[in-house]
Design a protein. Structure first.
Length: 119
């Protein structure tokens, strides 16, 4: 089992920055690819950024240049730095762990943290 706990969400204004964090406990964290998903009201959950156990990070086109994912295997944490927030970034953000790395079937989910961006 891997337990994931997100933190760092909140109510911010457009243009602000946030740093979301996810603390992992349980099985060997470094073996898992980690990702951040988001789900806006009325929309499907989408993968916005991911980082493998080693290698290059990935982000969807709409967040490139604003979202940066990073991980610290020594501390069992993964973070998502979000700059220049936009109202359309409003969503619940979920941390995810996936051993296979494809995120087609996520192995573990966090409970999510709400990000609300006012215009």
């Amino acid at each position: 089992q891997v337990q994931l706990v997100e933190s760092g969400g909140g109510l911010v204004q457009a243009g602000d920055s946030l740093r979301l964090s996810c603390a992992a406990s349980g099985r060997t964290f470094s073996n898992y690819a980690m990702g951040w998903f988001r789900q806006a009201p009325g929309r499907q959950r989408e993968l916005v950024a991911s980082i493998p156990s080693s290698g290059r990070t990935n982000q969807i086109a709409s967040v490139q240049g604003r979202f940066t994912i990073s991980r610290d295997n020594a501390k069992n944490t993964v973070s998502l730095q979000i700059n220049s927030l936009k109202p359309e970034d409003t969503a619940i953000y979920y941390c995810a762990a996936d051993f296979a790395g494809s995120f087609e079937e996520v192995d573990y989910w966090g409970h999510g943290t709400q990000v609300t961006v006012s215009s």
